[in-house]
Each structure stands twice: as structure tokens, then as C-alpha cells.
Write a protein that binds this ligand. Sequence first.
Ligand SMILES: Nc1nc2c(ncn2[C@@H]2O[C@H](COP(=O)(O)OP(=O)(O)O)[C@@H](O)[C@H]2O)c(=O)[nH]1
Ligand SMILES: [Mg+2]
Length: 289
Amino acid sequence: MSASVIKPDNAVLWEVIIVRLASWRLVRELLEMCDVALEVVDIRDPISTRSRKLEALASNKGVPVVVVLNKADLIPLRVSESWRRYFEEYEGVRAVYISARKRLGTRILRKTVKDVVRDKSPLTVSVFGIPKVGKSTLINTLKGRHSASTSPYPGTPGYTRKSQLFKIGGNIYMIDTPGLVPPDGKDVESIIRSRPVDKLDNPVAVALKLINKVLKYNPYAFLQAYGIESRVPGEILAELARKRGWVYRKDGEPILHEAAKAVIRDYLDGKIVFYITPQQLEGSRSDSA
Ligand SMILES: Nc1nc2c(ncn2[C@@H]2O[C@H](COP(=O)(O)OP(=O)(O)O)[C@@H](O)[C@H]2O)c(=O)[nH]1
Ligand SMILES: [Mg+2]
């Protein structure tokens, strides 16, 4: 099929499909090359930002996984600790919490990596995870201050040949190309990470879902972030649009999709205070849609 056959409105979808296929291929290649897989997740909602498919692939290949609960600077320490215990005790997976941005927890991460593979030295680790969990930030943190930035969309099969190994302490080496894992699941978390915010089909619908999720765990989130008292998702979007001056010139009506994109971006950036605890997760298992 030639590229011209693809209709413009399908172009984004095609892009997503192609990136997905290339991503899994790269993930498999990286798994072949490493001794330990670091699965980076967002500690604010680790269950929705993990990839069961990645974990299954790693397990099939006999590669141990260490779950890296990243962005711990955004949540209380006791909650970070309880997530670590949840993964280790309840799921039987090694887990560490860190802040890649603040460079906290990397020593315990190195120690854990050595611990899961005791009989091998040197060791090679590779970093995996869905978009926006902090893979690149972690890689740069582990490499040190003066490292080059990495490409967000590795996609070609030969890509890993261009990647480099970095010594990150002891006898541990890291592959500097992150394994971008396509998000799975129908959770709103997967949707907002499946493509750039500007390319979402219906940002308003997605933002409404996201606002509902946030309010469930933090009723004050939008008061804290924007000074908006309403707890009605549609009203929150409308009020944010008006506050920012995003209104149609003709009739002064709020431009909801602009507000929706702002909310999604602020959420991904950690500007909206939100996190789930393992205890809340247990409570919401039955009623989650
Ligand atoms: N607060 C906080 N933000 C982080 C941390 N690590 C990454 N981020 C932010 O999360 C966003 C995505 O990070 P990036 O490394 O590009 O994620 P990637 O898509 O997985 O490579 C960026 O805005 C980072 O600054 C962290 O430990 N704490
Ligand atoms: Mg990246």
C-alpha cells in the first residue's frame, strides 16, 4: 500500500500502529541484550502505568524485572514505601522507589540490580516503560550530568545498534536506548500516553475522564492547581478556559478543548496533585470501569 492511499484522518492512527510495531520489536531486541529489565512506572498510579505484556515478555526470556517506581518526589514517603511493599510482598516483584528528576534512590536501585542477579558480572541493564514515566530522565541521571539527550521515538529495527553502553557503577552497564512500551489497557492513563496531547481524537472526553479519576482520589486537586472550587468536571474545564481567556470571540463561550489539553498536560507534568495508594486500589478494584 502506498502512503498516498492513507487518508489524512487516518494518518495519526497509522503512525500509532507503526510506532507500536517498531516499539515491540525494539523491546524484544533490548530484552535479548540485557540481564535485568528496569520497568519504569509512574508511582502516582503504578498499576495503570505498568505493562503486563512487557513483564510477560521478560519472564519468557528469563530476564528478571525490577519495577522502578519513579516520580516519588510527587507523593508522600509513606505512600512510596507502601507501594514498594505492595510489589514485593503482594506481587513478588523487586521494586524500588526513586526520583529520577531529583536524583534520589539511584544507589538503592544499583544495589537492587546487583541483588537480583548475583552470579553474573558484569551486568547489563535496560530501561523500559510506557511514554512519560521518566525513562529518559532516569537514563540521563544514571549516566551522569554531561550526557546527551535521547530520542523519544526510537522506531527502526536497527536502532539498538546505534545505542551505547554506559557504566553506571560497580560492574553494571546500561543500554542508553530506552525500550518504549506501547501502553496497553483502556484506562485513561493509557489513552493520554498513547499519543501527543495535540493528537488526541477527543481531548475533552479524555480530560473529563481524567478529572473524574483525579477527583476520586483528591477532591481538592483543581482548587489547589487552578483555584477552581467546582467539582463538576465540565464546569472545571469551562472555568479554566475562562480564567485563561480561552473563549470564542463571537459569543464568549469557553473553548473547552484548550482547557482539556491544558489539564492533560498539567497532569502529566505533575502539576495536579494526585496519587493512589495500594489500599485505595484494593477498594476500587470492584467499581473501576
Ligand atoms: N516530578 C518528577 N518528574 C519527573 C521525574 N522523572 C521524569 N519526570 C518528568 O516526567 C516527564 C517525562 O519524562 P521523560 O524522561 O521524558 O519520560 P519518558 O517518556 O519515559 O522518557 C518530564 O516532564 C520529566 O521531567 C521525577 O522523578 N519526578
Ligand atoms: Mg523518553
